[in-house]
Design a protein around this ligand. Sequence first.
Ligand SMILES: *[C@@H]1O[C@H](CO)[C@@H](O)[C@H](O)[C@H]1NC(C)=O
Ligand SMILES: *[C@@H]1O[C@H](CO)[C@@H](O)[C@H](O)[C@H]1NC(C)=O
Length: 741
Amino acid sequence: MKMMSRKLAMPLLGVLLWVISIHAGTFETATLLPPPLTGFGPSKSIIRNHCDVPKITEKDLNRSVSFGNSVINRMLRLETNLGWSDVHVKKGTPSYGQLIASHPDEEALKQGRDALVATKATIQLMNIFCHKHHLSPTDCSKYISSYSLASTPLESSCQKQHKSCSQEELLSPYRSFDGSCNNEHDSPRGAAFTAYRRLLQAEYLDGIQEPRRAVNKKQLPSARLVSSTLIKETDESHSDLTQAVAQWSEFIEHDLSHTAANKMVHSDSTIECCTSSGNHLSPRYIHPFCAPISVPNDDRFYAQHGVDCMSYVRSITAFRPDCTFGPLEQVNQATHFLDFSQMYGTTGKKAAILRTFDEGQLDFTTKHNKVFLPVSHHPSDDCQLSGDNSVCFLSGDSRVNIQPQVTAMHTVWLREHNRVAKVLSELNPAWDDETLFQETRKIVTAEMQHITYHEWLPLVFGKHYFNKIQKYNNYDENVNPSVSNAFATAAVRALNSLKDGKLNVYKEDRLVNTSINLRNHFNKPSVVEEPDYLDGLVRGMATQSSQQLDLKFPDDISTHLFSNGIFGYDIFSLDIQRGRDHGLPPYTAYRALCGLPEVTQFKDLSDVMSPEVIESLSRVYNSPRDIDLIVGGIAEKQTGDSLFGPTFTCIVADQFLRTRRGDRYFYTNENQPAPFSIAQLREIEKVTLARIFCDNGDDIEMMQPEVFKRISDSNRLMKCDSGEIPKVNLKMWMDSRRKYY
Ligand SMILES: *[C@@H]1O[C@H](CO)[C@@H](O)[C@H](O)[C@H]1NC(C)=O
Ligand SMILES: *[C@@H]1O[C@H](CO)[C@@H](O)[C@H](O)[C@H]1NC(C)=O
């Protein structure tokens, strides 16, 4: 025990050093994590005239872009053939559920095509200039990344994202919908449809785009084999935490990141990488964007259904942050900020669809006299439904219907927005729709940020780390808020392990009335608007236990995700595959980045993993340096009072520090165009998720003050209208200056 804690002191020291270095503004020294990207601008000049590095001329660059274009154009023939065939994503299949979750927006697709041209161009440059100079793929791709797309035909496409902001935009009291103009010197920083940030250089087999291989140059073990070897389906409950922790985690994830799967480049057609019965396609039908997961023939679940293939379509490519040639990056369709983009939308256009333009309200529907989310006009497209007569909701994010608790959370917050807007309109009769809408959005977003940082985060990565990042909460324009690929693709995904496959629906006396199995409700949200269900689900979040964060997943998500009624997908396999698609280096590299000792043999993992887990890992991986990040991250024992082991704690801490420090519009930042007054901040600080649940259920009478923790003697159920669950006094937003003219 004693030895363990000393070993864990290492990563703690690492974070501390890094935090200190950020604080001191000296990014060059002793940084655990790489400095924030310096942002857009002409790419940093590196010495190109070194004797053994080839010189690449503008003409060469242009030629490579033409080559890139020709590669993309050549895909037309295959895509036309696929169009004639029956190979596309069919409704009702698990692939369709996956398609909804990773639904690509037009902006992402458009950029993705051009960014892919840049990637293909990079491949050609490597072939011409690096092979004969004996540069390793990694060194070569690093070198080619120093060449800018400026002065090539791709310049305008990449620059489009980098529009400069007007003075009016920079001085706006409200954040933009797409996250642009947040940073005064780097307008696209943190905006929707920009690339994820890298903690470590991407690791691709060819340095550019091919998923990495094992250390021994063979294929890595199939993602499903890794998953089925490690994951157990018997889950264990957490003694203190509730499902609200799991549900809030997913809700926040949807705010911070949205990775999209490719569609065909020459049409709007979807890509399917397996047959609809779950078998491998004949090679001539496999789209180059496919990276299907092979399911072993003796799989403990899939074998009985004859399934040997799980579809996986590679993520949409983004331009690199400083518009250079170089390896594949992935686009984040959400804004990188914690700004409720999953509710308000990530473009002005989308936001407009979600508003009534009357009294600052968000659009809604009513059923049984209760307010619900607006509904989709194409339910069988936007949900996994067989016909158009079931309900499917609309919000800022395609994942709003993914499972009933996500829909319930969206519903509660839509009601909160409309509740606040109504109070503000009574307090400020002179305010127009736009003022009411934006002021409400600002307050509601601040409530969400406060709950995330003050209620949820301390429980997720523990008081110890929380106190560390607490000290550094001032806005710093040099801190890049962008979401890291490792956070979005691995660390935050580990929180899925907290889920229960069965959602209990509780009555007011906190007895279970009924329960629903997740597997029957993926992208089928109608249960949410049935009488008593919304309250029952909300009480469920606050009452039912969370599971432990470990290598145990309920089979509702480990074999029945997006189920077709017989089988579904395995969430962990998909996450492993996505990590490889995104070029995430192996677990051992992140571990080292976070300050843990280097690993050369499996037994070196014993500082953070149990012997049984190490044994399972060594059965499925050939070398410890093959272990996928999400696998090693979850396999670690928890450190201190964090739900995560040291590596994920470090990645999550990095993210949430940046998410606050790098956001000019963060609710606590006094140096934004229209900061909250001290009195207003005092009010925002009173909010709890318990208050949100109390105010926005149908008929919820009691809540415990801390809903992320189970009901106990120190966290007893209280009447919602008692003073025990504080209220935000909106009178502080009464605008006496503008009121009566
Ligand atoms: C490269 O392409 C750009 C944009 O099409 C063009 O302006 C430039 O003159 C080209 N340069 C050369 C050397 O061909
Ligand atoms: C309990 O469930 C039944 C049916 O599932 C429903 O009709 C009833 O309204 C529920 N009661 C409460 C108090 O939730």
